[in-house]
Design a protein. Structure first.
Length: 289
């Protein structure tokens, strides 16, 4: 009986001796820190030191990594993903600013593009290995990773200087919104830079008022001035050649002979040789001056 009492006393003394260390170890464990402390960056930094210091704007890990707590207490953390942020997690912080508030209606969102497809959580997600875009801005480099068909158009003889660094994709396109939300048509977008073509004009050219893209491809074309077709074929898509003008006849004759007169080669070289004010005129209804 005496030996039994001695054994119990020894066990009790051991528990009392080691219990403060056990309690301290429990309090210092990742699980307790994740539960008791709202900030977990210090816990994550024990293993992810590089990631924790590379991005100052995302200091709270669990805000983006929704499964960070499970990852931290797992026996095999490498086999338990911390959970990567979806669009919902990003908009929880960014939904109230004017730049991102309409993302739900954006063309990117409707196409299934998420925030993580363009943005890196810890560092910018930009491809700097494209030799064509060495002078382009960071946003244009990012756009080019998906929009390869548009990137090819910048190799055309006439193009907007995106590759040269003169303009940026986001200067014309709002990647976080949609034209249906902003109510800005193509013409208004173009006129933010091309101010001299804004008008008002006494005599307007309807296609120029409605949509610049009727005649121009903003990314690039084989023809001059970003025109989608060369003159005069571009103009002849809408305009006919009346026989009482353009040197075919001096009268309003409608005889078969008058209508059958050939059109001179000089006439078909370029409409803007005479109609120079193709975007609108304050003096002439035929847009000649």
């Amino acid at each position: 009986m005496r030996h039994t009492s001695t054994l119990f006393g020894f066990v009790a003394s051991c528990l009392l001796a080691f219990s403060p260390r056990l309690i301290a170890a429990e309090l210092d464990s990742p699980a307790s820190l994740l539960t008791d402390h709202p900030s977990t960056a210090s816990v994550c930094a024990e293993c992810h030191e590089t990631e924790s210091t590379i991005h100052a704007n995302h200091a709270e890990c669990t805000t983006c990594h929704i499964d960070a707590s499970t990852h931290a207490i797992a026996k095999s953390p490498r086999k338990t993903a911390p959970g990567f942020p979806e669009t919902e997690q990003c908009l929880a912080c960014h939904k109230n600013d004017s730049e991102h508030m309409n993302f739900a209606f954006s063309d990117h969102n409707r196409a299934g593009v998420t925030c993580a497809d363009c943005h890196g959580v810890h560092s910018p997600k930009v491809d700097n290995n494209n030799p064509k875009l060495t002078r382009a801005d960071e946003s244009s480099k990012l756009c080019a990773t998906c929009h390869q068909d548009v990137l090819a158009r910048f190799d055309m003889p006439s193009h907007h200087p995106v590759q040269e660094g003169g303009v940026s994709c986001v200067g014309c396109h709002d990647q976080h919104s949609s034209k249906k939300v902003s109510l800005v048509n193509n013409t208004e977008q173009c006129l933010t830079c091309h101010q001299r073509l804004r008008g008002p004009f006494a005599f307007e050219h309807a296609p120029a008022v409605e949509d610049c893209a009727t005649c121009h491809d903003p990314h690039g074309t084989p023809t001059r001035r970003l025109l989608i077709a060369a003159q005069p074929m571009l103009c002849l898509q809408c305009h006919s050649l009346p026989n009482n003008r353009h040197g075919q006849s001096a009268s309003n004759a409608t005889t078969p002979e008058a209508l059958g007169q050939p059109v001179s080669g000089a006439l078909l070289r370029g409409c803007i040789a005479c109609h120079s004010q193709v975007h609108g005129s304050t003096q002439d209804q035929h847009l000649r001056f």
